[in-house]
Ligand binder design. Sequence first.
Ligand SMILES: CC(C)(COP(=O)(O)OP(=O)(O)OC[C@H]1O[C@@H](n2cnc3c(N)ncnc32)[C@H](O)[C@@H]1OP(=O)(O)O)[C@@H](O)C(=O)NCCC(=O)NCCS
Length: 149
Amino acid sequence: MAKPVYVRSLRKEDLSAIVDVEDRTTGVARRAYWEKRIEISEAIRPHWASLVAEVDNRVVGFVLGRTGELEFGLPGTVAWIEIIGVDPAYRRQGIAAKLIETFISSAEDHGIQTVFTLVNKSDTEMEGFFTRLGFTEGKMIHFQKDLKG
Ligand SMILES: CC(C)(COP(=O)(O)OP(=O)(O)OC[C@H]1O[C@@H](n2cnc3c(N)ncnc32)[C@H](O)[C@@H]1OP(=O)(O)O)[C@@H](O)C(=O)NCCC(=O)NCCS
């Protein structure tokens, strides 16, 4: 039977666990980046939009998001899911689904009616995940211009 999953707001002390999940997922550990990112989440972003999931008192997953008001010509407030990650050893146990359900339920509690995220077209894993959770392709067009750098 799957172990209980506890979802709560992100805290400074979660830094190492998050760096670890990223390292085990991508092979890159961006400690300084995450330090700054957690600071921003705590200081200027709604606390409900940055969450971690614990199993056996250990952080095994996270979702970081934000809200945007009247952005891109859209009416009202949109909640953005910016990054989500689950420790590879704990995947396919419903942990990310629980993180997103908690995120959505808090967004609803704050009167938000739309949740946005961006998924790379070649990322079938993410596409499968968000489709399963009821996300559909949106009406905005993603434009980009590549620069010489
Ligand atoms: C995508 C991701 C968040 C899913 O986490 P998870 O906890 O395993 O997801 P869940 O168990 O909640 O999955 C819920 C449903 O989504 C779908 N899903 C999940 N992973 C999937 C995959 N790899 N391929 C297709 N569908 C998938 C399934 O329908 C699943 O339900 P099921 O297991 O009953 O079939 C996880 O695989 C991940 O962290 N990937 C790396 C993401 C990344 O690169 N993040 C940035 C750096 S950390």
